[in-house]
Design a protein around this ligand. Structure first.
Ligand code: ADP
Ligand code: MG
Length: 360
């Protein structure tokens, strides 16, 4: 279940007015902290004994540029050497995922698939198959708003070079966008494309997957309080020494500002924004989230944040809701148990899915 602390979120009346709501967030945190303290009381003596042993227990963190973004890992551990090993292991895992799924590396498994699957069946790793199956689930759930074959057109955009496909290229490549063109032989571990011009990209889901892998690695190693973030995709394990973790949603039009700050425990959270990679031409913003139906950027929102138990799905869903637009997007999220969303629409209004709205 998604754990969002108290009413803090819904207490934010407008994304331009975060400062004014600090008092409300504070009162909510106090309420939440009391609840934790009451639960913890009988074990306090035990904790005192343990901390006498664990003199080095502390927060350990590392930040590295991986997957074209900033990866940050933070964890609580009693042994500094083990903590450093774990930080390095998570970063290593992130690099491994990048190596497999990057469209920018010719030697990635993804690039190999794109080169060969148009010509017939290609054997893939279990991890690739798993991510393709999950991508298909998100596509089915969103009636194709999420579609990894978007890249059949997406490959012709270069946001840094301010390039986009001309009308003829767009029209021809649009035919190749359809997640059903990617045929999966799950038992045989094989994939083939049913259309010769299909090109896939897992950029809408792979960072979430990497974050889930990082958290799983830490959990298995016995860590109970940690956060792993890759750009806009984060997942939190446990709380932060009796407090919630505070996760910010970037202000979509002001780089150093937060639109909202969410107090969270044990949750994954992903934000998709139209400000990450874009250029403007004649007042129109061309950015990296494409509507698979048109091959053009989706423009009904500025930012979509999705909360849920797993980063792989919050990542895929944040991209999906961005494409669907606020109305259809909220409708979808309200149908999914344990999943919530916060949308900043094209006019800058802050919208919440039902569960969050009820906290108001
Ligand atoms: P980021 O954290 O990179 O901004 P998002 O979760 O916002 O990621 O997803 C954007 C990325 O998703 C794009 O860079 C692209 O790789 C991919 N993408 C864009 N449009 C779609 C779509 N309609 N379906 C699936 N993936 C998409
Ligand atoms: Mg996403």
């Amino acid at each position: 279940m998604l754990t969002l602390v108290g009413a803090a979120l819904a207490a934010i009346p407008s994304w331009t007015l975060v400062g004014a709501t600090l008092a409300a967030i504070h009162s909510c945190l106090v309420r939440w902290t009391k609840k934790i303290a009451a639960k913890a009381a009988p074990t306090l003596a035990l904790i005192a004994l343990l901390t006498a042993e664990a003199v080095f227990a502390d927060w350990y963190s590392d930040t590295q540029p991986i997957m074209g973004t900033r990866v940050r890992v933070e964890l609580w551990h009693e042994d500094p050497a083990v903590a450093q090993t774990l930080l390095a292991a998570v970063m290593g895992e992130m690099r491994r995922v990048d190596q497999a799924f990057s469209p920018f590396r010719d030697d990635s498994e993804l690039s190999e698939l794109n080169r060969s699957a148009g010509g017939g069946w290609v054997s893939v790793s279990d991890e690739m198959l798993d991510l393709l199956v999950k991508s298909r689930q998100v596509s089915e759930l969103t009636r194709g708003a999420f579609d990894i074959t978007y890249a059949s057109v997406g490959r012709y955009y270069d946001y840094r070079a301010r390039q986009r496909p001309d009308d003829a290229t767009l029209a021809a490549a649009l035919e190749a966008i359809d997640y059903r063109h990617v045929e999966l032989d799950v038992r045989g571990g094989r994939v083939r494309y049913r259309h010769p011009n299909v090109y896939i990209d897992l950029g809408g889901i792979a960072k979430g997957h990497a974050v889930d892998r990082g958290i799983e690695l830490l959990r298995v190693a016995g860590v109970s309080q940690a956060s792993v973030a890759a750009g806009g995709d984060s997942r939190i394990l446990g709380d932060r020494r009796g407090q919630p973790w505070m996760v910010g949603i970037k202000h979509p039009r002001s780089e150093d500002e937060m639109a909202a700050v969410l107090p969270l425990v044990d949750t994954a959270v992903s934000t998709s924004g139209d400000y990450e990679r874009f250029f403007e031409e004649d007042g129109v913003r061309y950015h990296h989230i494409l509507n698979p139906a048109t091959g053009d950027s989706a423009r009904d929102s500025m930012s979509v944040t999705v909360l849920g138990p797993e980063a792989t799905f919050t990542d895929g869903l944040s991209t999906s809701v961005f494409v669907l637009g606020p109305e259809k997007g909220i409708e979808l999220i309200n149908r999914l148990p344990g999943i919530d969303a916060i949308i900043i629409d094209a006019q800058g209004n802050l919208l919440f899915s039902e569960d969050l709205d009820e906290l108001n």
